[in-house]
Design a protein around this ligand. Structure first.
Ligand code: SF4
Length: 344
């Protein structure tokens, strides 16, 4: 039924002669990759308004989308969507319930080139970058429910820079989805070059730096894809982003017993962040099959947090959601992609 309306609308637009050939192909094949203004430039009024609202309402019933929901897993306030891409690869989008709404944890790549040792997404390396449209569609599917977007799903967002920035413009588009800038966060391991580029953009989004270590050798071990990025310069660049945009910088720090929970780690975190507009989010590891690293116990994480706070650094223990449905990034999509490889 909705598909019929879509086709009728196209018939009407073509008859009206608004169409600029070439661009029409973009709209028909990949409408979620365009801003409202771009659609308006191609087909004018009223077609653009009608098309835009048709696109984003009831996306799951439309023929225009290129992602399909392959599975949904739910666990107390958390839902994990496994989306299948046109080339049969899978990604994950996690929807987390908060007191004031829902957060969508969105993927920017299939697989990940960074290969953090604690993360399932990185196990097979990068499969491919997502297009801006594939990033936007993850949000469009959940639109009615969410008021915050975090680019913290599968992939390193800054390694898919152009698609990420384009997707943010489409999401923020005042005449389109009109998602508030305040509600958008990028979580990154902080590759220095694209981080500096992001600092110069005119988009005031929140930044989370996944730091996870205070010494170069420990970071190189935990986050192999960041070797060659000096840890001090990474921190300095992230702080300069926070100053330029007047935003609190969030530091994600996955506490791993015996690896990055020493007194020297506290000392270094205090030295970097004591007088800064920074919050350190302490995370617990979502246990997977991986045996090298272990989950920290409650008392030790509390102790670490108290030490930071008594030395003047704001710190919080972040509650881990959806353990039962393997909500830590990549744990399920990785399984689907590996299974697909086996049978291909
Ligand atoms: S934690 Fe993030 S950056 Fe690291 S491998 Fe996983 S998806 Fe990539």
């Amino acid at each position: 039924m909705m598909g019929k309306v879509y086709l009728q609308l196209w018939g009407l637009i073509m008859k009206k002669g608004h169409v600029k050939t070439g661009s029409i192909i973009d709209i028909v094949t990949d409408p979620f990759g365009l801003t409202y203004n771009e659609i308006y430039d191609i087909i004018g009024e009223p077609g653009s308004k009608i098309l835009y609202s048709l696109l984003y309402k009831n996306i799951s019933q439309r023929e225009s989308h290129t992602l399909w929901i392959r599975d949904i897993f739910r666990d107390a306030g958390t839902a994990k969507y496994i989306f299948e891409l046109p080339d049969d690869k899978c990604i994950e989008t996690v929807c987390i319930k908060r007191k004031t709404g829902m957060t969508a944890c969105v993927s920017t790549q299939a697989g990940c080139p960074v290969q953090c040792i604690f993360c399932e997404s990185g196990r097979e390396g990068l499969i491919r970058n997502l297009t801006a449209s594939e990033i936007v569609q993850q949000v469009a599917f959940l639109k009615g429910q969410i008021n915050r977007i975090v680019f913290m799903g599968i992939g390193e967002p800054l390694y898919n820079y152009d698609s990420l920035i384009r997707a943010i413009h489409i999401l923020r588009d005042r005449d389109g989805m009109n998602f508030p800038t305040d509600g958008i966060t990028i979580s990154t391991v902080g590759p220095i070059k694209p981080l500096k580029k992001l600092r110069e953009e005119h988009i005031k989004i929140q930044l989370i730096l996944s730091l996870h270590a205070t010494a170069q050798n420990v970071r190189d071990y935990l986050i192999p894809g960041m070797r060659g990025n000096d840890i001090n310069e990474t921190v300095k660049t992230a702080l300069s982003y926070s100053k330029r945009h007047g935003r609190k910088l969030v530091i994600a720090y996955l506490l791993l017993p015996g690896i990055n929970d020493k007194y020297s780690d506290i000392r270094q975190l205090v030295e970097w962040f004591k007088h800064e507009n920074v919050m350190v989010n302490l995370l617990e590891y979502n246990q997977t099959n991986q045996r090298i690293i272990k989950r920290i116990n409650k008392q030790d994480i509390e102790r670490f947090k108290n030490k930071l706070e008594s030395n003047g650094v704001e710190a919080k223990i972040r509650v881990s959601h959806g353990n039962k449905i393997k909500a830590a990034c990549g744990q399920l999509a990785g399984k689907y992609n590996r299974a697909a490889q086996k049978f291909s």
